[in-house]
Design a protein around this ligand. Structure first.
Ligand code: SF4
Ligand code: SF4
Length: 417
């Protein structure tokens, strides 16, 4: 795509990156077929190619309006278009640049400003979020049905494995996950303990920055990233082998720290090192199980339940780990049901379900139909956002896959540590 960007923008830190991304797009339109918002709305401006045109026009200096902002807001940042694109267009990076640009030029209405400020200030604060969730649980019976279903019941995390191994890995605690599902990281600690790895947390680490990032507040996102790097760095220097993330959305974010902080002379190097050390929990298990007797082919977990796996966009499109968890589950004896259109987003997409509730509900309902088409007994997934979002719309039990693995291992090998 030919583009002649506004010289003032071209000289900015994002200018040359935006230009090189725009130039890779050859307008072929293959991405339209796999874009969830184009499938629902049928409007070219709600497709990747249409949004790329909108961003090109505004970055060339043409007037930018509320309409451009609306089409960018409707994008889920699911990055399904990146997986489809034959030219390797880095749409996710371009839309980040585009959103930041629009945010400084188009004023939002007071209700939207309030909503976005609330999300930015509440979700990344675990103590505040935990308090609000506890209040929500107390007043649950008084809430409307759709809100009631969004508040999950309390789940006991069970014991966290003691740090007894010489091999140690850090785990991202995150922001909403410890309150919504504290059992996920506790399960990961028990599974890794069986593999001779102790999972530890850095007390001062917190939200990965994705909440602010997706709300186009890049400065707030960078602050969260710097705080995490400072919190993790002493543990890395003491030999922590990896930063393990059990929420695929957060793993995508932390793996991008090097790029996000590339212009920061103080944090750039450490950000790249942290990003390189970051692994989704599925990557850790894939690497560790080959030599472990507990997971060899003769020692399958013999599951009789039928399982539908919901692969989050952040796992398959963001981290490019399509099929990894499904492969692990099958290797351990899980009976997986077919899930049509598995590449499409469930509508959770960070704060999307709260800011675009109509589109989000349509995607949620389509996803539930697809997941339940094979009559599973259980749905497994890999991201807290998808888990909570889907659980609010179905009675089929939903878990993180590492919780399922932890329970299976405990049943099969109860006497192991
Ligand atoms: S598939 Fe890629 S190259 Fe083709 S229009 Fe979409 S973004 Fe552009
Ligand atoms: S990120 Fe997802 S919603 Fe946005 S343009 Fe790409 S495919 Fe469509």
């Amino acid at each position: 795509m030919f583009a002649r960007l506004d010289p003032a923008f071209l000289d900015s830190p994002d200018g040359s990156e935006a230009l090189s991304i725009l130039r890779t797009c050859v307008h072929c339109g293959f991405c339209l077929a796999t874009c969830p918002t184009y499938q629902l709305l049928g409007d070219e401006l709600d497709s990747p190619r249409g949004r790329i045109y909108l961003m090109k026009n505004m970055l060339e200096g043409q007037p930018v309006s509320r309409l451009t902002q609306r089409h960018l807001d409707r994008c889920l940042t699911c990055r399904s278009c990146e997986t489809t694109c034959p030219s390797g267009v880095q749409y996710g990076r371009l839309v980040d640049i585009g959103r930041t640009y629009v945010e400084t030029r188009v004023r939002r209405g007071p209700i939207e400003v309030f909503k976005r400020a609330l999300l930015k200030n509440v979700l990344p604060r675990p103590t505040l979020f935990r308090l609000l969730l506890a209040l929500g649980r107390v007043f649950r019976p008084l809430l409307p049905r759709h809100l009631r279903r969004k508040i999950p019941a309390y789940r006991s995390p069970g014991p966290w494995s003691q740090p007894r191994h010489s091999r140690q890995m850090l785990v991202l605690a995150g922001c909403v996950q410890p309150a919504l599902a504290p059992d996920i990281n506790a399960s990961a600690s028990r599974v890794l303990d069986r593999l001779g790895i102790s999972l530890i947390t850095a007390p001062r680490a917190g939200c990965c920055g994705a909440v602010a990032h997706h709300l186009a507040d890049q400065e707030l996102a960078l602050q969260a990233m710097r705080r995490n790097i400072d919190a993790w760095w002493p543990f890395v220097e003491q030999g922590a082998e990896a930063i393990v993330v059990t929420a695929s959305g957060c793993a995508t974010e932390v793996k991008d720290y090097g790029h996000a902080l590339r212009h920061d002379p103080v944090y750039c190097d450490r950000a790249h090192q942290i990003a390189a050390l970051t692994k989704d929990i599925s990557q850790v298990l894939l690497e560790e199980i080959s030599n472990n007797e507990l997971f060899n082919k003769e020692n399958k977990l013999n599951q009789s339940v039928a399982i539908a796996f919901h692969s989050p966009c952040s796992l398959q499109h963001g981290q490019k780990l399509k099929g990894v968890v499904e492969g692990l589950l099958e290797r351990w004896g899980a009976r997986l049901t077919a899930v049509p259109d598995a590449h499409l987003c469930c509508g959770s997409a960070g704060t999307y379900s709260l800011l675009q509730p109509g589109l989000s509900r349509q995607l949620q309902s389509n996803k539930i139909v697809a997941l339940e088409s094979g009559h599973p007994d259980l749905i497994l997934t890999a991201n807290i956002g998808c888990l909570t979002h889907l659980a609010s719309a179905t009675d089929t039990p939903i878990q993180h896959w590492v919780e399922w693995l932890d329970v299976c291992l405990a049943q099969q090998h109860p006497c192991l540590p």
